[in-house]
Design a protein around this ligand. Structure first.
Ligand code: ZN
Length: 180
């Protein structure tokens, strides 16, 4: 079966930066619903469209087509007392950007001083060119329900639990974050 709109694609991947430093080994394959559902980067869909099981490729994606450029305005300094303890670099919090009244964003703690904390609202992969080594291991037709929901169900896909309303999809970062 060829990869086309409304197929479910299972792909093994390895993610590196443009200098070939490994970012993510991809211990679990990525499973996504193909066809513009924003389950993965559009460049990846473009690369895999029309391909079949066994297709392998290395794809480089520039920041514009991945997680955008790094935006220094998304970095803010907070009083440490406003954040929970214990606090560690790398922890993430949901919050609002200063002056923004739209979607809450995820901030990552990048520095901790005595009484101040630096929070960075950029995606951890913002500003980076990314290199994906992709290898297609399965292609199947999506179910009507998957198409209606716009995401994959089952083993590696989306699980509907009691809190399914919030639809907090904790997938791999490059397929669960909003795309720019
Ligand atoms: Zn669903």
């Amino acid at each position: 079966m060829k990869i086309a709109k409304n197929t479910v694609v299972t792909v093994n991947y390895k993610l590196s930066d443009a200098q070939n430093n490994l970012i993510e080994e991809g211990a679990q394959p990525m499973v996504y619903l193909h066809g513009g559902y924003e389950n993965t980067l559009p460049k990846i869909e473009e690369e895999l469209d029309g391909k079949e099981v066994g297709y392998a490729s290395t794809l480089q994606v520039e920041p514009d087509d991945a997680f955008g450029d790094y935006d220094a305005e998304l970095v803010k300094v907070e009083d440490r007392s406003r954040l929970p303890e214990p606090l560690e670099v790398g922890m993430q919090f949901e919050g609002m950007a200063d002056g923004a009244d739209d979607e809450p964003m995820i901030f990552t703690v990048t520095e901790i001083a005595d009484d101040k904390v630096v929070l960075d609202g950029n995606h951890p992969l913002a500003g980076m060119a990314l290199r994906f080594e992709l290898s297609v291991v399965d292609v199947r037709a999506a179910t009507d329900e998957e198409i209606a929901h716009g995401h994959v169900h089952g083993a590696h896909g989306h699980h509907h639990g009691e809190e399914a309303v919030g639809d907090s999809d904790e997938g791999d970062h490059f397929r669960s974050q909003p795309l720019h």
